[in-house]
Design a protein around this ligand. Structure first.
Ligand code: SAM
Ligand code: DTB
Ligand code: SF4
Length: 334
């Protein structure tokens, strides 16, 4: 069904979205979402913005600051990642930071206006002693009055619960791409491993932050496949980071053909339409992204960004530059 063919129907039923589903309907088909992604651009953005306004502050943007608490030397083979030990990317390995170092960085992020602090580690998954250090960090950051998030890889039974008890608000664990494209990008773990960890996070009562990466040479159908996987999680994630691949020299994906920026905007819009209540984060890739494209992403329903001059190992716009962009667009921090 195309966007245009639904216009009359939408007038009758405000709760219908562009594929004829009610906002909270599960089981989006990949074909439905491919149709959403391929709709006329103006129709797509209008619909995404309409959904956005129905559920969110139209001009609010949530700010999350990242820190890498353990950098490089990762045993996994994710084809996009500068921290995989097997690729020679020039990233310096860094052992785990101390809780004091993390708290100092969190205080600085809070001072600059971030509401959430996200701690990332280059692990396949944490060992028990890592969880003990992480719970200490989570407690300390939470005590500053910030929301806490961690992304530590696959979790074993009981680990999510320990993080929750320490005050972890969100766990980030991305599906990254569609199931059929996954093994082109990562071979050291399976899609189902990711789904298992997401279930453990959900069962522990932690909010789920789960999204993916576009611009890895995938087809539009694979982008639809990723969005379908996310939207069909029951319930769908509270937070959906849409990353644009940051091409890092030394990784297998370095040098791949760049994605058309408007295709990135379309992916944001599809995430907004299919997951109306989620916070959709315009994530990695903003350093290379023109402001006008970022503005289109906000129009398409993105309402969160990574804020601060570094992601995990790569550059992100300086806080001052982002403040200037928000101010130029009349957006305010949530
Ligand atoms: N090691 C843990 C894991 O993979 O789950 C947590 C950290 S990992 C770096 C977090 C996420 O960062 C990945 O799932 C991926 O989506 C994203 N990411 C990593 N490298 C990226 C890149 N070059 N461009 C865009 N996103 C990237
Ligand atoms: C997410 O979806 N993107 C962030 C965060 N979650 C952990 C990471 C982006 C990493 C970009 C490459 C780097 O800086 O190493
Ligand atoms: Fe390791 Fe995570 Fe990078 Fe994959 S994305 S190589 S698991 S740090």
């Amino acid at each position: 069904m195309t966007l245009n063919s639904l216009t009359a129907q939408e007038k009758h039923d405000d709760s219908m979205n562009i594929s004829g589903k009610t906002q909270d309907t599960l089981n989006w088909s990949v074909t439905d979402i491919e149709a959403v992604l391929g709709a006329p651009f103006n129709d797509l953005l209008f619909r995404a913005q309409s959904v956005h306004r129905q559920y969110h502050d139209a001009n609010g943007v949530q700010l999350s600051t990242l820190i890498s608490v353990k950098t490089g030397g990762c045993p996994e083979d994710c084809g996009y990642c500068p921290q995989a030990a097997r690729y020679h990317t020039g990233v310096d390995n860094q052992a785990m930071l101390s809780t004091d170092e993390v708290v100092t960085a969190a205080m600085a992020a809070k001072e600059k206006g971030a509401s959430r602090f996200c701690m990332g580690a280059a692990w396949r998954g944490p060992k028990q002693r890592d969880i003990e250090k992480m719970t200490e960090m989570v407690r300390a950051v939470k005590a500053l009055g910030m929301e806490t998030c961690a992304t530590l890889g696959m979790l074993k039974s009981g680990q999510a619960q320990q993080l929750r008890e320490a005050g972890l608000d969100y766990y980030n664990h991305n599906l990254d791409t569609a199931p059929e494209f996954y093994e082109e990008i990562i071979t050291t773990r399976q899609y189902d491993d990711r789904l298992d960890t997401l279930q453990q996070v959900r069962d522990a009562g932690i909010n789920v932050c789960c999204g993916g990466i576009v611009g890895m040479g995938e087809t539009r159908r694979s982008r639809a496949g990723l969005i379908a996987q996310l939207a069909n999680l029951n319930p769908y994630p509270e937070s959906v980071p849409i990353n644009h691949l940051v091409q890092v020299r030394g990784t297998p994906l370095y040098g791949i053909d760049a994605l058309d920026p408007l295709e990135f905007v379309r992916t944001i819009a599809a995430a907004r339409i299919t997951m109306p209540k989620a916070m959709v984060r315009l994530s990695a890739g903003r350093q290379e992204m023109p402001e006008a494209v970022q503005a289109l992403c906000f129009l398409a329903g993105a309402n969160s960004i990574f804020y601060g001059d570094k992601l995990l190992t790569t550059a992100n716009p300086e806080a001052d530059r982002d403040q200037a962009l928000l101010s130029k667009l009349g957006l305010h921090a949530l």
